[in-house]
Design a protein around this ligand. Structure first.
Ligand code: GLV
Ligand code: MN
Ligand code: MN
Length: 410
């Protein structure tokens, strides 16, 4: 039997591994990430899988098929979180997949393919400012130079891997061979309000919107807040404020395009000092790649004009860019069959949030099943789902796995 209350209890148990005493923050390659990974590996083994951490810190479990060594259906999601996160974004997909394998194992069922469940170490990109490190490593698209990226304390990914007892030189070996993964399928909370409005517990994802992430650095001149006349100031924070509003205006002018400045740091950061330096992030997303690219170009122009008009130096770096990722029709059809088998109407919807499938599509076709979350709230400690919906999601995932047939080569 699939056990919805165990799924939610396990989400609670993972949420206790946090750097916050009364909230959830768990970033890539942190001690809390290690503890969460160990917990997940234990659950994988209990479900009959062989499990271990790979060289980039993903928790990977494998349940062999009718014979050892068969190509696998890969399931999973991520185990890292944003700051002050909810406890289902990512974790629900990993735990639900383990629950399905536990049932197969209890029923002594072996399928004509292997199943692998992955708890990706980094999807959110909070610590190093670059996302999807775990899934890019598996897909074989992680440029080794990315391992030089540093966190706010100046620790590089390579150093952090060594501190985690992992060997950065082994990261390229995490990449799978083409054909070894038959498909990548992820269950995830919707993180939006559509399913609730449609009164449905689940939906089938059509595509994941693309994103661009920028880091903008502005350099003015720090000075005395009491003595420098307004006309003579080069206030980097006042310039940044104009830039933030310009980014918001650009996004509002485009249907379906969203843009967010989620992080802003002003230095030196004192009440009586004019801010001399500011760094902020820009995250732009859209279903259409061309619309996103145009908006990013317009944002760059606006930031340049605002900076120049205030005699502020500026630098704009692209941290990461990924195009919109379509889900594979053949996989969507199989997921939809499982949804109908549960007596539910099929709703197709796009994903505004990013997911590991964006990286996995380089090595395998992808699909996603969304599970309703309360009021569509996520990236927020108020994130909530019902045990009934968690159970329905897991049941549909199980049915999908059970009936899964790889697409035959044309
Ligand atoms: C990941 O959750 C993202 O979409 O930022
Ligand atoms: Mn997230
Ligand atoms: Mn997520």
């Amino acid at each position: 039997m699939l056990d919805p209350s165990r799924i939610l209890q396990r989400c609670d148990a993972l949420a206790r591994h946090s750097e916050l005493p009364d909230g959830l923050t768990r970033v890539f390659l942190s001690p809390q990430g290690r503890a969460a990974g160990e917990l997940v590996l234990g659950w994988m083994r209990e479900a009959g899988m062989q499990a271990g951490l790979d060289a980039i810190g993903n928790a990977v479990g494998r349940y062999e098929g009718e014979r050892p060594g068969l190509a696998c259906l890969m399931l999973g999601s991520h185990l890292d979180t944003v700051r002050d996160a909810g406890k289902y974004d990512g974790m629900l997909g990993v735990i639900s997949a383990i629950e399905c394998v536990a049932l197969l194992n209890a029923e002594k069922k072996r399928l004509p393919f292997a199943i692998e469940v992955v708890g990706f170490g980094d999807e959110e990109g909070v610590r190093f400012g670059t996302t999807l490190l775990g899934s890019r490593a598996i897909a074989g698209t992680l440029d080794p130079r990315v391992l030089e990226a540093k966190d706010a304390k100046g620790i590089s990914i390579a150093e952090a891997l060594r501190q985690f007892d992992l060997n950065p030189k082994e990261v390229p070996g995490v990449a799978r061979k083409k054909g070894a993964i038959l498909a990548y399928v992820e269950l995830h909370i919707e993180q939006g309000p559509v399913l609730e409005a449609e009164n449905l517990p689940v939906g089938v994802v059509t595509a994941i919107n693309g994103f661009s992430r920028l880091r903008v650095s502005l350099r003015g001149e720090a000075g005395h807040a009491g003595t420098v006349p307004m006309k003579l100031r080069r206030d980097a924070l006042a310039a940044a404020a104009e830039c933030v509003l310009a980014v918001e205006r650009l996004a509002r002018a485009q249907p379906e395009l969203v843009a967010t400045v989620g992080r802003l740091e002003a230095k030196p950061g004192a009440i009586n000092v004019i801010p001399g330096e500011v760094q902020f992030s820009v995250d732009v997303r859209a279903p259409e790649d061309a619309a996103r690219e145009q908006a990013v170009a317009a944002a760059r122009t606006e930031i340049a004009l605002i900076s120049e008009s205030r005699s502020i130096g500026f630098e704009i770096e692209t941290l990461q860019e990924l195009g919109s990722s379509a889900c594979a029709p053949w996989l969507m059809a199989q997921l939809e069959r499982a949804v109908r088998a549960e007596g539910l109407r099929v709703l197709r919807l796009p994903s505004g949030a990013g997911h590991d499938g964006m990286a996995m599509k380089a090595i395998a076709d992808i699909a996603m099943l969304f599970v309703r979350c309360e009021r569509g709230v996520s990236h927020n400690p108020a994130e909530a789902i019902s045990a009934e919906d968690a159970g329905t999601g897991a049941k549909i995932l199980y049915q999908f796995i059970h009936d899964f047939r790889p697409e035959l080569p044309a």
